[in-house]
Unconditional design. Structure first.
Length: 495
């Protein structure tokens, strides 16, 4: 009996230590309301005492010891799962970097297989004259590993580079990988990358530049959170940190005092002034190839508002997130079929329960609609609304740490873990439902010059009354005014 009591005391001590570590891990997530953590700590602290008391009351020592061992196993399992969630949150939150991939391209059938042999053969490479620091860094590294400097020729646009490349004036070119993506809508250059060979790939980590926020006046006299977040859906599979065009451009305006979320969608082809020297006109989607900070600043200038955070997801992450949360219920304005990649997906008018892949094709389709990209923007917001409704449900919030541990590599945000935690804690504490409303700005169709392309292309110049209306809606939400979808739709400019 004394032996069992000694073993029981040792197990109780181990159990107490494991409980303390688990509570510490839970605190580090910043996701669990303090009162729940205190209650959990009290219960976990009392359990070892209960097991010791059981033995003192002559409960068979083997029973108390077995129960204590089982409790320790549960605590260890909980520690592992919560620690996994913590690591994931540390990786995806507070992220202030992205990856720029600089490639050296030559023709697919070119005999050279390395940059060194190309330099030694006297190849001339085209580069853009936009003073890209990462391209210049790559060139400097090439020069550092060769007895002779690489020969380069400057061009104003990627189209001018390709014209010289096809004419044989240059034998290759050095650009960021995202630059080629601006050609995807050009029939002449469709699938152009298949004609090329990469003889050097350089991944360079860059810092997302933060600028002072001063555009938006908003209330800040209580503990409520009021902020704008840029939701960017980039057109790549694989790493979410890659600089790339943004096909989804939604500003989520969130107010935890009124429990309101306003989603403002901007079409990918919106013809806007890029937030760079000279403010050249270009498609909004092209801003992404210069970095997510360029996209954010461009939208800030368009709507005359501050964007505090960004959430970025690529095609892979989009599919994975929706599958992880068990699919979403999306409202469709029309019955239609997806024509992309012969996917074969069909959507009913009304509610559709969609898997990750089905939701991706729903959000990307535009050729089935008379309104084209305008309807695509509405569908994208419908999917985002469905995802937000699912994430804010009590079922998922109560398992948030476990859910987050499965979302590694699915998305990236510059919001700090403590800030995201405050948002989640408030929702768990209140359990209130959210009013999610939406608005899409509009424009007209024309062909016009695009800075990144160096040529004319289809663009959508803004109807500025819709932009001004969106700005008004943003300010109303930030200043605690309540909105309904009926109010937004009935007061919207007609186009």
């Amino acid at each position: 009996m004394k032996t069992f009591r000694l073993v029981g005391c040792i197990l109780a001590g181990i159990q107490f230590i494991l409980s303390a570590v688990l509570v510490y891990f839970l605190i580090r997530t910043h996701m669990i309301p303090q009162r729940y953590i205190v209650m959990g700590a009290i219960i976990l602290g009392l359990l070892p005492i209960c097991f010791i008391a059981m033995q003192l009351r002559k409960v068979p020592g083997i029973i108390a010891s077995v129960l204590s061992v089982l409790t320790c196993c549960v605590l260890v399992f909980g520690m592992i799962k919560v620690n996994q969630a913590n690591k994931m949150l540390d990786e995806v939150t507070g992220n202030k970097t992205e990856i720029d991939v600089v490639n050296v391209y030559v023709g697919k059938d070119d005999p050279v297989d390395s940059i060194n042999s190309a330099v030694q053969s006297g190849y001339i490479f085209g580069i853009l004259n936009d003073n890209n620091e990462n391209v210049q860094k790559t060139i400097n590294e090439i020069n550092g590993s060769n007895p002779q400097a690489v020969k380069t020729e400057n061009y104003p646009s990627i189209k001018e580079i390709l014209k010289s490349f096809e004419a044989g004036d240059i034998q290759g070119f050095i650009v960021s990988s995202g630059v080629l993506s601006v050609l995807d809508g050009e029939e002449q250059y469709k699938d152009y990358s298949k004609k090329l060979k990469i003889i050097l790939e350089k991944k360079i980590e860059t810092v997302v530049q933060e600028k002072p926020k001063k555009k938006t006046e908003k209330k800040n006299d209580d503990n409520a959170m009021r902020f704008c977040a840029y939701i960017s859906g980039i057109d790549t599979y694989g790493e979410v940190t890659l600089k790339s065009r943004s096909d989804v451009n939604v500003i989520a305006v969130i107010n935890t005092k009124t429990n309101t979320v306003l989603l403002v969608s901007t079409p990918r082809d919106y013809y806007v002034n890029l937030a760079k020297d000279g403010e050249p006109l270009d498609k909004l989607t092209h801003a992404g190839i210069y970095g997510i900070d360029m996209s954010m600043s461009t939208l800030e200038n368009l709507y005359d508002t501050d964007i505090d955070y960004y959430f970025r997801v690529n095609f892979t992450g989009f599919v994975d997130i929706i599958d992880i949360i068990g699919g979403v219920d999306v409202e469709s304005d029309y019955a239609f079929s997806s024509h992309l990649d012969d996917s074969g997906y069909y959507y009913e008018k009304g509610t559709n329960h969609l898997s990750g892949e089905a939701a991706l094709y729903f959000a990307r389709e535009r050729y089935s609609f008379n309104e084209g990209d305008r309807q695509r923007g509405k569908n994208q917001m419908a999917v985002i609304k469905a995802v937000m409704n699912k994430l804010l449900s009590s079922e998922l919030l109560n398992n948030f740490s476990e859910l987050m541990s499965e979302m590694k590599d699915c998305f990236q945000t510059n919001m700090e873990k403590a800030e995201l935690g405050k948002l989640i804690q408030g929702q768990i504490d209140s359990g209130d439902s959210w009013n999610i409303v939406q608005y899409s700005v509009n424009g007209y169709d024309e062909m016009n010059y695009c800075y990144s392309l160096g040529d004319n292309a289809y663009v959508m110049p803004p109807y500025y009354d819709t932009v001004e209306y969106a700005s008004e809606l943003i300010n109303k939400v930030l200043n605690d005014e309540t909105l309904t979808q009926e109010q937004i739709d009935s007061n919207a400019p007609e186009h």
